[in-house]
Each structure stands twice: as C-alpha cells, then as structure tokens.
Design a protein around this ligand. Structure first.
Ligand SMILES: [Zn+2]
Length: 62
C-alpha cells in the first residue's frame, strides 16, 4: 500500500499489518472489521458503523 490510508470509521492509520477490509478503495482496520462482524444488527453501536459505511455507499451511488 503506497499511500497512507486511514480507517474510515476510527481514523486509525491502516497498514498491511492491521488492514481489515477495503470497500471501494476505502479502508477499514481489522479492529473495526471485527467489531462490525461481531455486532448484532440491533446493537446500538451498529448505527455508528453503519453511518460510516453509508458514506461509502453514498459515494458509490452518487
Ligand atoms: Zn478502524
């Protein structure tokens, strides 16, 4: 990964060592990835992550 990439959710600097998932060129650190995958759909925290992800979806559809 050439450019500095930050997790779109927690703004952590994402490197290959802690890279979680990449969605449409946006990085999510492995910490947030695990949090997302472990969150229940009705978990209050889920909305926070969902709103972060929504930014990506919106960009894609725009
Ligand atoms: Zn993160």
């Amino acid at each position: 990964m050439k450019e500095e990439a930050r997790c779109i959710l927690c703004r952590t600097l994402v490197r290959e060592s802690n890279l979680g998932i990449v969605i449409l060129g946006k990085c999510i650190c492995n910490g947030c990835e695990q949090k997302i995958t472990s969150l229940a759909w009705d978990d209050p925290d889920y909305d926070d992550y969902k709103s972060g992800l929504k930014k990506i979806w919106c960009c894609k559809e725009a």
